[in-house]
Each structure stands twice: as C-alpha cells, then as structure tokens.
Design a protein around this ligand. Structure first.
Ligand code: SF4
Length: 156
C-alpha cells in the first residue's frame, strides 16, 4: 500500500517499436543474404550472357550483320561527334588504353576482349552475333521493340 502519491508505483513495461538486438541481427543478416543472392544472380546472368555471346561467335569468328553493328555503334557511341543529335550512352566508359572504350553497365570491366571496338579487323565485343545490352538498346540481341500502340498518334 502506498501513501497515494504514486511515487513508488511501478509502471508496466510499455511495448516499444525498438527491435531487440536479436531482431536487429536477424534483419541485418537477411539484408546481407539478399544482397549476396542479388550479386550471385547478377554474376550468373553476366556469365550466361558472356557464354551466349562466346557460343554465337563459334569456331569461325562469326560476326553480327553490318547493319546490326552499325546500330550497336550508334547505341553505344551516339553520333554527336559526327554532327548528329544522339549522345553517347551513359554507360560508355573510356578505357585506360587510349582510344578504347568499354561498357560500364555490364560489369565486364576494361580488358582487351571487352573493348566495344577494336583496331582494324580485330574481333571486338560489338561483333558478337548474340550480344546483350544492359539497357536493351537497338542492335543488341535483347533489344525490346516498342509496342505497336506506342506509335499511335495521341488523341487530343
Ligand atoms: S549499356 Fe548498352 S548501349 Fe550503353 S555502352 Fe553498354 S552496351 Fe553500349
């Protein structure tokens, strides 16, 4: 029994929204697992894409058609340097080797076999008959055509 001033009254524990240390650890572990699995999936799709490109080259160094290559060059490099209006792709990266470029969007890095254009008749990345672009740009195997209704004149 108290005196009625409530000074010594015990208040019941209030539920809080703070996670317990164990809950915090579980959430962190689940986040790390999610990121690692995403990384593995990205790596797997990169490996799959690269394997598909290599297979398409075959043993006889098959190349994509000149028209497809031209489209790929436009998609990656744009045509602003030739007086056109197409800017280069946002993922286009300059190699440490002067005059060479690679795609910064696919994660393959700056290596001679990932250079988009090589010298002379050397085989370059844009020559592969089957080649995916991270942005699904024209000329690449995974290019997504616009739906027919996107070409309709809007009603006003
Ligand atoms: S994202 Fe596509 S268009 Fe852009 S540089 Fe890479 S391959 Fe070329």
């Amino acid at each position: 029994m108290g005196c009625g001033c409530n000074k010594n009254k015990k208040t019941p524990e209030q539920p809080t929204n703070e996670p317990t240390p164990e809950q915090g650890f579980q959430a962190f572990r689940s986040m790390v697992n999610h990121q690692q699995n995403g990384g593995i999936m990205n790596k797997m799709s990169m490996v799959k894409s690269f394997a598909t490109a290599l297979t398409s080259r075959g043993l006889t160094d098959k190349k994509t058609s000149p028209a497809s290559k031209q489209l790929r060059v436009l998609s990656c490099f744009g045509d602003a340097d030739r007086g056109g209006v197409l800017p280069p792709c946002e993922h286009l990266k300059e190699s440490k080797t002067p005059g060479k470029h690679y795609c910064g969007g696919c994660g393959c890095g700056d290596k001679p076999h990932t250079w988009l254009m090589s010298t002379g008749k050397e085989y370059s990345k844009l020559d592969y008959p089957r080649l995916n672009c991270p942005l699904n740009m024209p000329g690449f195997t995974n290019y997504q055509h616009s739906a027919p209704d996107e070409a309709n004149t809007p009603l006003s």
